[in-house]
Design a protein around this ligand. Sequence first.
Ligand SMILES: N[C@@H](CCC(=O)N[C@@H](CS)C(=O)NCC(=O)O)C(=O)O
Length: 216
Amino acid sequence: MAVHERPILVIGDKNYSSWSMRAWLALTTAGIDFEEMHVKLRTEETRATILRHSPSGTVPALKLGAVVIPESLAICEWAAEQSRTGPLLPEDGVARAVCRAVSAEMHSGFATLRKECPMEVLAVHIGHPMSDACRIDIARIEAIWEACRRDYGQDGPYLFGRWSIADAMYAPVVSRFITYGPHLLPTAADYVAAASHHPAYQAWVAGAEEQVATGC
Ligand SMILES: N[C@@H](CCC(=O)N[C@@H](CS)C(=O)NCC(=O)O)C(=O)O
């Protein structure tokens, strides 16, 4: 279906909304011209406001005319299809399947890390207690990053060399690792440094600072 209207991405607070961050990074790095609509989270009106835009009651939600895509991974895939900046998925078929697999694992997994260490882009909580289950999640993420960098990372500093939707999906983990400071293996630490210096990642952090400074 052709989309003639400017897409609108409904997102939560940039300091907290990890799923919003993923979709926003994918659309931004794809060079897609989109409008951003911010819904303040954790207020009495949040749920009703989100529901006015997103039938699932969650953000992010991408509005394409009358159609709403209320899932971060689907928005990342759409961004990859529409990209004006080059591919956001690896060109090699096997690498592309692995990229989708690790992105899907992020989308459905790591519940303990997500619960114990919620994203808070602007905060520093070094020394925050972590359970064994949380450390198992972190070890699995380190293993994924290590394998991606080793097997597909030749053309750049990101998981599949050049920036891909996998980097968008793991960006909130990068942010958590900066906030909570777990000890990381060297490859993971290097990846955190590279990903957090990507201009789009930096732009999201700047947006979080602005939202907090202006109170909206
Ligand atoms: N599976 C969804 C999860 C989205 C999600 O849980 N978003 C949170 C914000 S990060 C949300 O909308 N929570 C509802 C609320 O805060 O009322 C996706 O991948 O987009």
